[in-house]
Design a protein around this ligand. Sequence first.
Ligand code: PLP
Length: 405
Amino acid sequence: MDIDKIRSEFPILGRQLYKRPLVYLDNTATSQTPDRVVKAIVDGYTTTKANVHRGVHTLSQEATELQENARRRVKEWINAGSTSEIVFTRGTTEALNLVVSSMGWMVLSEGDEIILTVMEHHANIVPWQLLQQRIGFKINVVPIDECGQLKLDVYRSLFNERTRLVSVCHASNVLGTVNPVKEMIAEAHSHGVPVVIDGAQAAPHIKIDVSDLDADFYTFSAHKMYGPTGVGVLYGKEKWLEKMPPYQGGGEMIASVSFEKTTFADLPYKFEAGTPDFIGISALSKAIDFMDELGVDNIAAHEHELLDYTTRRMMDEIPGVRIFGTAPGKCAIISFLVGDIHHYDMGMLLDKLGIAVRTGHHCAQPLMHALGVEGVVRASFAAYNTKSECDDFIAGLKRVTAILS
Ligand code: PLP
């Protein structure tokens, strides 16, 4: 990969912070956005802004075409069976809430059970708990081993005749662990149980093939994969989406409305009430082009090189470092603590050196509890990061550690 060329598409990477070059290592929270995506957004606002689906006029038709092209692009990108299976949302969080509210209501009753894992992001815990309060089902949780891998024997043992659903992340936003979701889906299906995959952390690093995975639902956010904010995708198997009731009511999602009876639009529009972020959605297709041109496998190989290099140097050169998540083949995420230095202090001082890392519980408090910590520092890599940034990060860590120890 020609990193200089890649970086030239990201003007933000040329920023200085405190008179030092920005070293952006907070990619797990959100990645930066290449010029072509920003240009698509600007073009949308300056040349084709008109509400989609409602108009006969040219601008509206062009805007609709851009949005529907993006849907086709996403469908191909994740190898879905049909564009009917691609629902645009505001992000992974909304996509998961949609599944919980619509599908959860449909299949769960008091006394039923679902399976989550201890490494889930709050977005894949709290919506289920909200529904749990209203219905009264049980949430079973798969634990992890010392490397941060799911205990699959426990997972298998959790299925019984009351198990109705599994919801699991493809990759952990803290540990980086890539879960064997294909195997987990096959296991669930052998019990007749559907599976929801939170793909927020997998989509930027792993080629997603929902047909090969046989996932019932798959969710991800554009802003974590070089795309715009405020746009996400819910993939759902047509057989499920057809049966599910709408999530929100409003314009765009109906076939006809009267005070006596309302009928709903065909898929996927039944789940897209109101005006979508059609400009953001069309820009998502440019983010996919960006990843496609580089090749997801090449991006992942580059990130892994940085991950291995940085991890080795941290282990060799930073006394007292503890890395959380050491599963083989993990995503390029390093969550760590050094001695008894508070994660927040570490992040604050690294920032003063121009190095952006994230600190805290990373919306994974149950996982923090399982790890026995309140929070961790997290450095995470993307296609545009360089070895010299890893060196800056290590130098920064040494300096901050010396100050805070
Ligand atoms: N799931 C995982 C694993 C995440 O890492 C995140 C965000 O960090 C989310 C869900 C929520 O994504 P969003 O805030 O884009 O809806």
